[in-house]
Design a protein around this ligand. Sequence first.
Ligand SMILES: [Zn+2]
Length: 214
Amino acid sequence: MNKFWNRFLDALYPRGITCDVCGGELTDGDDRFISLCPYCYGHMEVNGSGPQSVAKCDVYSLFKYESVRDLILRCKDGDCPYLATTIGRLLYRYYVEKGLSADAVCYIPCGKKAFSRRGYDHMELVAKEFSKQSGIPLSHALERIKEVSDQTDVDANKRYDNVRGSFVCKEDLTEKNVLLLDDLVTTGATLSAAIHAINDASFCTVRGLTLGKA
Ligand SMILES: [Zn+2]
């Protein structure tokens, strides 16, 4: 069923034919792997700073949030789940370029309410694509047990309070080198809650990787 569904989506949204951001047709000289035209790819502003430390773990981010905001929001809430392929591949390419390593891929899952509203979990799809490209097994270890409303106008300390205890880790990841994917890091509150859940369940190494950094 899954295979059939994937083929159906591929037929509906063929990869590498048009740019995922502007819709312009791609030519042979363009980057069909990530399905972005040189103009749109060139407008993604590289995050120049090194990894951010969240709950004593390194979190790497590819781009400045503003420059990938639309891509993330369309993938997450804009009914464009196919954009997860582009995001997953961008993350994978960065992972290879930076020489990072991992033997389990996890992601920050959405809550049940968000899932039923959207019909999919965009970060699960991103992580699936990352796992497909890298061959690193996908782990659905994290579950969001507490849903927090939009945190954009909440200050940093309050964010940490709000998301504490939001996740449980359902899998034993002991001795694994875990790569935890998310779309965006701002204060690091959400990633921190997820990392604590993983560390509570297992003795393992965790690294974070996000598309955007606000
Ligand atoms: Zn474009």
